[in-house]
Design a protein around this ligand. Structure first.
Ligand SMILES: *Cc1c(COP(=O)(O)O)cnc(C)c1O
Length: 361
């Protein structure tokens, strides 16, 4: 039996320790779980209520077109119609569906380090990944991205803000990049962390996708909405892209629970925004603590911060973070912003290590 050769280097996703502990039933109480950029809080009460209401109907298939959620997403993004909205089983599916629209083979350009899903999708879809290194300041190399585009390029994926660096490209620069790309190259802007961007001029970033017929903006309910467990994501794009994306999507990929929870959460988006503002404030507090402890860190616009501090040192204090080794930053950790208590613990850990170092010196 022969399998496709490009699948040989792929390995199943190695989840962070907090997921493994949960799967194995290991006692994980007492650990601060700051590995996966999840929200520290559960779903909004509105989402929980919507969910319990539909529970008795779980024997029925849900609305395969996902109409109510598309409507709620359109209403939340000025100028967007339901016909501009892509939906998926997490934004992972939205990203995959977008790539599935492109002619076979060819190359996909994206900055690196970035989200591990991109090279994986390329391999699965038989496309060639063309990673372009971030700048020295760990920023998105827009010039180098453009130079990497060839006649073989099918798409550029821009993770904005970028996971794991937390850096981001202002909207004007993303617009500039979109304007310079050849018309037959799709620009996919992965905005999983858009709710945590402070720059007010970034607010209407979806307009970029509505203005052009080769841009998709992908977003998720897994981060700011606190619904990672249900798997719902969406995209905004020209109607033609949304129409084609619907042709490749599994007919019922967004399950009933995901549909109703995500819709309720989007309708209560003022509360989501308030939670994101909390995360932004706490991010400032963490970054300030890293600065005071003289630790290198990358100023972030996501709900996480990359800091030069070992994951084992965090783990000794009961804090689980994403090991930098897995992300292209050996010796560093990616710390998700948690609740105030969890963030206090992170601050305490870096403070006391700083004091120990001072005494040693
Ligand atoms: C977390 C994350 C996502 C979200 O994926 P889902 O499938 O929606 O859970 C997408 N892109 C990036 C860069 C992420 O970090």
């Amino acid at each position: 039996m022969e399998f496709r050769k490009e699948l040989d280097p792929l390995r199943p996703y190695v989840p962070p320790k907090s997921w493994r502990m949960a799967a194995e039933g290991t006692d994980d109480k007492g650990y601060a779980k700051l590995t996966s950029n999840e929200l520290a809080f559960g779903p909004l009460p509105e989402a929980e209520a919507a969910l319990s209401e539909v529970m008795p109907r779980a024997n029925r298939y849900p609305d395969s077109h996902v109409s109510r959620l598309r409507r709620a997403i359109a209403d939340a993004n000025l100028g967007t119609e339901p016909g501009n909205v892509l939906v998926g089983n997490g934004s992972s599916e939205v990203l995959m569906n977008a790539l599935q629209l492109l002619p076979g083979g060819g190359e996909i350009v994206f900055p690196w380090p970035s989200f591990s899903l991109y090279p994986m999708l390329c391999a699965v879809l038989g496309m060639t990944a063309r990673p372009v290194p971030l700048t020295k300041q760990q920023e998105t190399p827009s010039g180098a991205l453009l130079s990497a585009v060839t006649s073989e390029t099918r798409a550029v994926i821009l993770c904005n803000p970028n996971n794991p660096s937390g850096t981001y490209l202002p909207l004007s620069e993303t617009r500039g990049l979109a304007a310079e790309l050849p018309e037959d190259v799709l620009l996919i802007v992965d905005e999983a962390y858009v709710e945590f961007v402070e720059d007010p001029s970034y607010e209407n970033s979806h307009t970029l996708a509505l203005e052009r017929d080769n841009v998709v903006v992908a977003r998720t309910f897994s981060k700011a909405h606190g619904l990672a467990g249900f798997r719902a994501g969406y995209g905004i794009a020209a109607e033609r892209i949304a129409d084609y994306a619907e042709r490749v999507r599994f007919p019922v990929s967004v399950n009933l629970a995901a549909q109703v929870a995500a819709t309720a959460s989007m309708l209560a988006r003022d509360k989501v925004r308030a939670r994101a503002e909390f995360v932004i404030r706490e991010r400032g507090r963490l970054q300030e603590a890293f600065r005071s402890a003289s630790l290198d860190f990358i100023p972030s616009q996501g709900n996480f911060v990359m800091v030069r501090f070992g994951a084992d040192a965090f783990e000794r204090d009961g804090i689980l973070v994403r090991e930098g080794e897995a992300l292209g930053y050996p010796g560093w950790s990616r710390v998700t912003i948690g609740d105030s208590g969890e963030n206090d613990r992170v601050i305490q850990t870096v403070r006391s290590s700083n004091m120990t170092m001072d005494k040693g010196a």
